[in-house]
Design a protein around this ligand. Structure first.
Ligand code: CP
Length: 303
């Protein structure tokens, strides 16, 4: 009997209780290095699409708790180059004895079906446009670390929300945390299923929000038509985050970005020095939340 109970493919079944436990585990990881009882076990990090933050934060978290991560990235040197399917690769890595598999892949890989074919927990580390649950948990944990309670707080997305798997995962977790979502940007970059307020003026959205999250243009996920319709200079003028537009954000508001950042495109370079900017703090929190997720997936947390 195969079980995928400790897999993490999305956040749809997350409850306030699970989030509270994860955030407590992450708080503990922040305070001390606590090896897992199963330390020395091998886990696999399969990154079939590029990554810096997610891959290295899972790797850092694995070393911190005494796990040995095997890393396969960008198909390089693997049998994927010889035509092996990602599905076969995953099942073979499971057969090698990995205790869990962290995977980044495109929409075409059916992680749900794979999860039912193996008892090895699969953790979604960025799955096409479908979702990026560990990033949404990273972002909300970074906010929680400052505010302790996210109920009623307002998070505004800016830019290419339509092609963002990060936004897709935030939409799954926001109601659990009672976080309100908003979007300021052109209608053609808003996901059809977006639940939240849409602002026609950047200044109005910024004045409404407690935190603003700028998003990268996901050029690799645009169709040829959407590329042609994209008027970057017009976007920058109307919707780009600048020191001037940020005068509308609260003095204690937060400026965020899941990364990688296109400085000078969706966000002006000088903003890195704004005291409200917590982009690198998000990255730090990503290590602690991924450590908590590894504990959870390996059954060492009681969630
Ligand atoms: N935020 C994020 O997923 O960054 P990477 O692509 O570098 O992992």
């Amino acid at each position: 009997m195969h079980s995928s109970s400790t897999a993490l493919l999305d956040l749809k079944k997350y409850t306030p209780n699970i989030v509270t436990t994860l955030f407590s585990l992450a708080d503990r990881a922040k305070e001390e290095r606590l090896p897992l009882s199963g330390s020395g076990h091998v886990i696999a990090l399969l990154f079939l699409e590029p990554s810096t933050r997610t891959r290295l934060s899972f790797q850092t978290a694995a070393y911190r708790v005494g796990l040995s991560p095997l890393v396969l990235e960008d198909n390089g040197g693997s049998s994927l180059e010889k035509g092996e399917t990602p599905e076969d690769t995953i099942l073979n890595v499971a057969a090698l004895g990995s205790r869990l598999i962290v995977i980044r892949c495109g929409d075409g890989v059916d992680l749900k079906s794979l999860s039912s074919k193996t008892s090895v927990p699969i953790l979604n580390a960025g799955w096409g446009k479908i979702g990026h649950p560990t990033q949404a948990l990273t972002d909300t944990y970074a906010m929680y670390s400052r505010w302790k309670n996210l109920a009623g707080k307002k998070l505004l997305f800016l830019g290419d929300a339509k092609h963002s798997r990060v936004v897709a995962s935030h939409m799954e977790i926001a109601s659990v945390l009672q976080l309100q979502l908003g979007y300021a940007g052109p209608k053609n970059l808003l996901p059809e299923n977006f639940v939240g307020q849409h602002f026609d003026r950047l200044a109005d959205g910024l004045a409404w929000s407690d935190a603003v999250m700028s998003l990268r243009f996901q050029f690799e996920r645009h169709t040829e038509t959407s590329q042609q319709n994209l008027k970057i200079e017009e976007f920058k003028k109307e919707w780009g985050l600048s020191a001037d537009s940020l005068k509308n954000l609260k003095k204690d508001g937060l400026i965020m970005h899941p990364g990688p950042v296109h400085w000078g495109l969706e966000i002006e370079s000088s903003i890195a020095k704004d005291p409200r900017c917590i982009i690198l703090d998000q990255v730090r929190h990503g290590v602690w939340i991924r450590e908590a997720l590894l504990r959870n997936a390996l059954g060492e947390d009681g969630v």
